[in-house]
Design a protein around this ligand. Structure first.
Ligand SMILES: Nc1ncnc2c1ncn2[C@@H]1O[C@H](COP(=O)(O)OP(=O)(O)OP(=O)(O)O)[C@@H](O)[C@H]1O
Length: 260
C-alpha cells in the first residue's frame, strides 16, 4: 500500500430505510495516520455512513475499499476480523465483568493444549497480563486492580478501557462515536489525550462528534456531512468553528473544492 492509499474509502454509498434516504450517494475517505472528524446536524447521516463502512449496516448501493481493495462486509464481525474497532457512546461493556474480561469479550485467550482446545478453559494470567500491559501503554493503570469489575470504575475510566481495548486490537482503524458525550470535563480531556496517543501509534481514527472544541482540538481533517452526503472536507487550521457549523447547517456555502 502506498503512502497515498486511503485506509478506507466509500464511493457513492446509498442507504435507504423505507422512504428515508439516510445516505444519499455519499463519498467517504479516511487517510493514513489521521484523525478524521465527522460532523453534521442531527439526522444528517453521520452514524449511517460510518456504520456502512464497518459492516454494521449493509449499503444498498456503492462500494467500500479498505487499503485500496474492495470489501463486502456482511456483519461487524467481518470488519472486526480485518482490524477495525468501534468505540460507542453507549459504553459497550459488561459492568459485572472485570476489566480484563471486558478487554477481550469474544476473543479470550484459551489455555494451551487439551484444557484450552477441548475444555475451553481461559488462560486468565495471560489475559490479565495483556490487559495490564495495554492499559499501562496508554497510561491508564490508575485502576486499582485489573480484576475489579467495570461497574466500579468512573465514566472516564470505563471509556479509557474501551479505547484501550480498541487500540489493542485495531490494526486498520478505530471508529469513535461521540466518545466524550457522557463524560465530564476532566474525563473528556483524558479521552482526547488517548485518541491522540492512538494516532501517534499510527492507527487512524474516525471521530463522530457534535463537540466543536473537541473536534477542532484533535482533528487533522473534518468531514462535513449534510442531508445524507459529504458536503465537503475542511482543514481545521483554515476555518473557524462557526464556519464549520455554518456549513453543516446550510447557513453558509461550503468551499467548492475539497479544502483538505
Ligand atoms: N435503522 C433505521 N431505521 C430507520 N431510519 C433510520 C435508521 N437509522 C437511521 N435512520 C434515519 O436515517 C437518517 C440519518 O440518521 P443517522 O443516525 O445516520 O444521523 P446522524 O447524523 O448520526 O444523527 P445524530 O447526530 O442525531 O446521531 C435519520 O433520518 C434517521 O432517522
Amino acid at each position: 500500500m502506498s503512502e497515498a492509499t486511503p485506509v478506507v474509502q466509500g464511493r457513492g454509498i446509498v442507504k435507504r430505510y423505507g422512504h428515508v434516504t439516510a445516505i444519499d450517494y455519499s463519498d467517504f475517505e479516511l487517510r493514513q495516520r489521521e484523525i478524521l472528524a465527522v460532523i453534521g446536524d442531527n439526522g444528517a447521516g453521520k452514524s449511517s455512513i460510518v456504520k456502512a463502512i464497518c459492516g454494521a449496516t449493509i449499503p444498498d448501493e456503492g462500494e467500500i475499499l479498505i487499503e485500496g481493495k474492495k470489501v463486502n462486509f456482511s456483519s461487524p464481525i467481518d470488519a472486526r476480523n480485518m482490524g477495525i474497532e468501534i468505540v460507542y457512546q453507549q459504553l459497550a461493556m459488561s459492568p459485572a465483568l472485570s476489566i480484563a474480561d471486558n478487554m477481550f469479550m469474544g476473543r479470550e485467550i484459551r489455555k494451551q493444549g487439551f484444557m484450552g482446545k477441548y475444555l475451553r478453559q481461559l488462560d486468565r494470567p495471560a489475559m490479565e497480563r495483556f490487559a495490564r500491559e495495554k492499559l499501562t501503554e496508554l497510561g491508564l493503570m490508575t485502576v486499582q486492580s485489573i480484576n475489579q469489575t467495570v461497574e466500579t470504575l468512573s465514566g472516564g475510566q470505563r471509556q479509557g478501557v474501551a479505547v484501550a481495548r480498541a487500540a489493542a486490537f485495531a490494526t486498520k482503524f478505530i471508529i469513535m462515536d461521540e466518545p466524550t458525550a457522557a463524560l465530564g470535563v476532566k474525563e473528556s480531556r483524558k479521552v482526547l489525550e488517548l485518541i491522540q496517543d492512538v494516532r501517534a501509534r499510527g492507527i487512524p481514527i474516525i471521530l463522530i462528534s457534535h463537540n466543536m472544541p473537541h473536534v477542532f482540538e484533535v482533528a487533522d481533517r473534518i468531514h462535513v456531512h449534510r442531508l445524507g452526503k459529504r458536503l465537503c472536507t475542511i482543514d481545521p487550521k483554515d476555518y473557524t468553528m462557526s464556519d464549520a457549523v455554518a456549513f453543516m447547517t446550510g447557513a453558509k456555502e461550503p468551499p467548492t473544492e475539497d479544502a483538505a
